[in-house]
Every structure is written in C-alpha cells, then in structure tokens.
Design a protein around this ligand. Sequence first.
Ligand code: ATP
Ligand code: SF4
Ligand code: MG
Length: 311
Amino acid sequence: MSNLLEIHNLSVTYGLNGWRVLAVRDLGLTLGEGEKLAIVGESGAGKSTIANTIMGLLGNGAEIQGEIYFKGSQVKQETVSELRGKEIVLIPQNVFNSINPVFSIGEQMEDLQNEANVAPEQRQGRILELLRRVRLPRPESIPDSFSHQLSGGMKQRVLLAMGLSQSPSLIIADEPTKGLDPIRRMGILNLLQQLVKQNRQSLMLITHDIKAAAFLCDTITLIYKGEMMERLPAAHLYENSMHPYSKALMAAAPERGLQVPSQINSEFNHSPVTGCSYAAYCQLFRNSCLEQRPALRQVAPGHWVRCDAVA
Ligand SMILES: Nc1ncnc2c1ncn2[C@@H]1O[C@H](COP(=O)(O)OP(=O)(O)OP(=O)(O)O)[C@@H](O)[C@H]1O
Ligand code: SF4
Ligand SMILES: [Mg+2]
C-alpha cells in the first residue's frame, strides 16, 4: 500500500493569553491509499487540530512545525486550498454550522457541481445521484430543503454528499457519529465503510469512540495531549494493545464521552513537564517515568507504543 498522506514531526501550538498551548506534539503519521485510519483520543487530545492542519484551516494564531506530504508532494499552508474540497474533504466536527442556513441544499450543491465542472444540464441529475449515494430518505425532496429542516444525521449525510462532489482521494470525518443515537451511529459508520470501499478512497476517522474506530478502520492511532501513544492494526486492538492510555480508553464507555479516568497518581497537580505526559493518570506509573519522554518503539509489524514500562 503506497502512502497517500505522510505527516512528519508535526507540532502545532495556539496562542492563548500570552501563552502557547501545545495541541499537537511531534506527530508522525502515514495513511495508505485505500486505508482507513482512526485518530482516537479524549476531548482536547488534538484530533481536530490534526485535521484542520492538514486542511490548512488553522487561524493566524496557530504555529505549525513539521511537514505534510500528499501524493508525494509537500503540502504548504499557502497552497493547500488547491487540494481542499477536491482531493481532500473534511466533514467537520460541527455539522450544525457547516451548511449555509441562507441558501437551499440544492443551491449549495449546484455551486459545488459548478466548481467540479459538471455541465449545467447534468447538475440536477448528479445532485440527486450524490444524495442517493449517501442514502438520504426521499432524496428528491432534499435540494429544496434548508439546513434547519434537517436532523443531525441528515446534515451529516448532506455534508458527505457535498464532499463527494469532486471524488476526493481522502475523506476526513471529524466525529461523524457524535450526538447520534446508536441506530443512526451504525447507519453513518456503514455508509462511510461502503462509500470509501466503492470509490477506493482513504478515510481518516476522528473519534472518541474506540469501538466505532475498531469496527470501521484498518489502523488505530491513539492520541493523548497531542502525542501519539500507540498505533496498531485495528484487528489487534482488543487482544494486543499495550499502552495504559489505550487500555483506559477501552475501559471507558463511549456514551460517557470516553473521558480518561480521573487522576490517580496524587503526587501530580498537573502533568509533568519532563517525562511521560500520561504519568499523572497512569496505573503503571513509576518514578523513572519522569526522567525522559518515552520514545515511540516498534513492538510488532505495524504496532508502535510510547511507554517505557511496556515497550
Ligand atoms: N483556537 C484555539 N486557541 C487556543 N487553544 C485551542 C484552539 N483550538 C484548540 N485549542 C486547544 O488545543 C487543544 C486541542 O484541541 P482540539 O480541538 O484539537 O482537540 P480535540 O481532540 O479535537 O477535542 P474534542 O474531542 O473536544 O473535539 C485543546 O487543549 C484545546 O483547548
Ligand atoms: S511511561 Fe510510565 S507513566 Fe508513561 S504510560 Fe508508560 S508506565 Fe505510564
Ligand atoms: Mg475535535
């Protein structure tokens, strides 16, 4: 599998009240053609920051270090707009703000067909075909609808249909199942699975829901405070994951938002500035964990772990 996307040594900081908030730390990632990769972590782990960096959507206050390559060419923040919406599509975390409330769905999709150079006489047919592909009920009624007339699940599907307008090679779906009931959640996961398979697209699924990640994806990357803690094939997640953070996430219930358990090592009032960033919460903590930041070590083919106690 050749790499569609490569991220090397990515660090992202935001400016906040005169301080720099480190949102992504020294991240390396690869995503193969046709691969489905999950980025999993609790709230504030830096998942959306990774997606927004790839898409060139970070505000001016953000500072980015590191390199991103797409199809072998380096992606620069100045030129990433050429890929956005065409080669790479982001289904954003907040679907409620992502569809323009002023224009009908049909008008917005028509504009996208125009950008995709679809001939005017073919646009209506193409719009209906896209709405059918995302399995919206009564697709012929959707073009005349406005955002406020759609449920959360329908908005997700409309955004997907919009995103598919230009046949992107990579779909990034940021929390596509958040707030949906279990039936609608499975509906969206099945749809994503079928769409990327049919079109041989790659998928980056960003989620709190480790079970959804294991169901849908080939590879799981677990992120804590912007750092990759473990990466492994999804098929090995339940039997072979090793990092204490991965185990804590698997033990947490997705319906509770997959929060990491409360701090258990009471000697810390905050995470240590040196050593392992997970130390305050770690069941395997020992004093040597504070001496240096653990390296990411390969423990098996495709399986990497950042923990000095287990890897
Ligand atoms: N514009 C911003 N300015 C300052 N800090 C920010 C900004 N955006 C995000 N952050 C901080 O960066 C960190 C990572 O945020 P991010 O939104 O990427 O996390 P996330 O994993 O997507 O969380 P969630 O699951 O809640 O969506 C958090 O500490 C967050 O508070
Ligand atoms: S290095 Fe230490 S604190 Fe960090 S995850 Fe491993 S055991 Fe826990
Ligand atoms: Mg987010």
